[in-house]
Design a protein around this ligand. Sequence first.
Ligand SMILES: Nc1ncnc2c1ncn2[C@@H]1O[C@H](COP(=O)(O)OP(=O)(O)O)[C@@H](O)[C@H]1O
Ligand SMILES: [Mg+2]
Length: 384
Amino acid sequence: MTTSNDGGGDVRLTGISKTYGSFTAVHPLDLTVPQGSFFALLGASGCGKTTTLRMIAGLEEPSGGSVHLGDQEVTHLPPYKRPVNTVFQSYALFPHLDIFENVAFGLRRRGIKSVKKQVESMLELVQLGEQARKKPHQLSGGQQQRVAVARALINHPKVLLLDEPLGALDLKLRRQMQLELKRIQTEVGITFVHVTHDQEEAMTMADTVAVMNAGRVEQLGSPSDLYENPTTTFVANFLGTSNLIEAEVDTRSGEDIVLRAGGGKLVLPGSRCSAPTTAGGKVLVGVRPEKISLAHADEAGAVPEGRNRITGRIADSSFIGVSTQYVIDSPVCPEFEVYAQNIDRDARLVPGAEVVLHWNPAHTFGLDAAQAIDAGTGADEAAA
Ligand SMILES: Nc1ncnc2c1ncn2[C@@H]1O[C@H](COP(=O)(O)OP(=O)(O)O)[C@@H](O)[C@H]1O
Ligand SMILES: [Mg+2]
């Protein structure tokens, strides 16, 4: 399948906003979605994802700002005049039409007579060639969603908008469909803007993720960049789990910042700190659970020099197969999480044991302490 390319098919939002009475659903937002990319809008329920998507589709009139598709301003165009199609969580297929006719619908409406070749190649693309003569109710949820995708793509949109398209599927099917949608996007090469509250889904599928919170984009980047270098506590807590320690800036040592926390010292690479670092100032020191090694207190002497280290006591441990997840009570952080791969397990690492946690300072990030330390915790559960 070929897509039209008039040089620069980026989706460009400039100061776009939406208010309902005195409530602001989307604060003025600048966002560029590069042509051909798989872009995810990620955030908890109610943060403004659907509203943003509907403004791109033309289903919602913005309160301010503009929408461009490539060089074309579409802010005031009705939906059907925009080179955009939307796939929703509810597939909204026509129940009385078979799969072939569901997919052919957009072509027939435009008065195109010979649809066979195009429909067949679309059904091929979503791997439903065999199902062409079935009715929607005879297909599984995942198959129906693929029909919805084929029905949208046959119109050759420049941009496909997907609003929680996998929300109605069970977990296993959702995982399969994530890979399937990613494959389809790679194959057709058009821009996908995918809305989800599921951080794993966004990370699996997207080239670029915009994390939204309360009507604003908090941070934008590749999945690994957002995970390794969160710049707000919301992103640090919403994307996976972060251990955040309140610390005080002591000195700078070359590229590194030395901090005091609970009587000990921690080292943070200056380049990974998004907070001001004047001596005596407060910083939230972050480290991901899988970056940390756990040693029984009796082995404290064997911990190599140059590692960040804190002490604590195991409060809880859960064996989950590939790893064991520990919760540690530490003077610097009440519920420190550590994920240890199950390779050689130290039988002494059980609840009640005194332990040393240590990690490579390079894996530490620093956040502005003026934010709520627990922003974003549990936000994804609330959304589910
Ligand atoms: N038509 C509307 N009138 C009033 N408030 C609305 C309307 N549509 C959405 N909202 C509010 O705007 C906020 C963002 O909604 P939405 O974009 O649907 O969030 P999300 O898709 O991230 O769950 C929510 O608080 C929602 O209640
Ligand atoms: Mg929504």
